[in-house]
Write a protein that binds this ligand. Structure first.
Ligand SMILES: Cc1cc2nc3c(=O)[nH]c(=O)nc-3n(C[C@H](O)[C@H](O)[C@H](O)COP(=O)(O)O)c2cc1C
Length: 203
């Protein structure tokens, strides 16, 4: 999927750096090392399926919805949306190869109240490229492919928000960083429960 990650109009962009959890500047620096590589925006989202087995897939990071709130976009008809309805706990894995850094982020799907939810969905919809938006004009993900079904290449921003255009806002509770750049490797953890105090761990 394509589309812009950080919208400078987002309230988040106005926050002073001091109010951010300490792992945020580290993540930002590691992402900056990627330059224009798409790896800077691709992460893996793990959920739990109804039968208790894990599910994993790649998503695009769409920006921050708050100091510890990470935004993703998906199709409300997809399996992950149903899985998150049953079990809102997730883990994300973000590999930033140039920094030789792996971030593992744990959190919960946050319930965003209306009217904020509508505003935020609208903001993300506008920020997408026409090609990025097109995916929400495609038939139900994961359903059997039907001959002759329509898969538009672009959708205009002016179109009404599709109901299945879903914002997944993940409220992060724990972040772990493994950095392979030095010897020995360095592993650190921050937990919301301890006010994001940095803990050094064996790698
Ligand atoms: C590079 C890449 C980026 C992707 N970005 C997204 C995304 O932002 N949102 C999304 O719902 N699916 C995205 N996908 C597709 C998902 O990986 C997945 O195939 C799809 O969402 C269906 O997942 P599910 O059946 O587990 O719900 C992306 C796939 C790749 C390879």
């Amino acid at each position: 999927m394509t589309g812009s990650a950080l919208d400078p109009a987002a309230p988040e962009a106005l926050l002073p750096v001091a109010t951010l959890p300490p792992w945020r500047p580290l993540l930002r620096a590691a992402r900056e090392r990627e330059g224009r590589s798409p790896a800077a925006r691709w992460l893996q989202l793990a959920t739990l399926a109804a039968d208790g087995t894990p599910r994993l897939r790649t998503l695009v990071f769409r920006g921050w919805g708050g100091p510890r709130a990470l935004d993703l976009l998906t199709d409300g008809r997809s399996a992950k949306t149903a899985e998150l309805g049953l079990q809102p706990a997730v883990e994300l894995c973000w590999l930033l190869p140039k920094a030789r850094a792996q971030f593992r982020l744990r959190g919960q799907l946050q319930i965003v109240p209306e009217p904020l939810l509508k505003q935020e969905r609208q903001r993300h919809w506008q920020a997408l490229s026409p090609g990025g938006r097109a995916l929400w004009g495609w038939p139900e993900p994961g359903a059997p492919l039907e001959r002759g079904a329509s898969f538009p290449q672009e959708l205009a921003a002016a179109l009404p928000l599709p109901e299945h255009f879903v914002l997944l806002r993940i409220a992060l509770e724990q972040v772990e960083l493994l950095a392979l750049s030095g010897h020995p490797h360095r592993r650190r953890r921050w937990r919301l429960a301890t006010d994001w105090r940095e803990e050094d761990l064996n790698p």
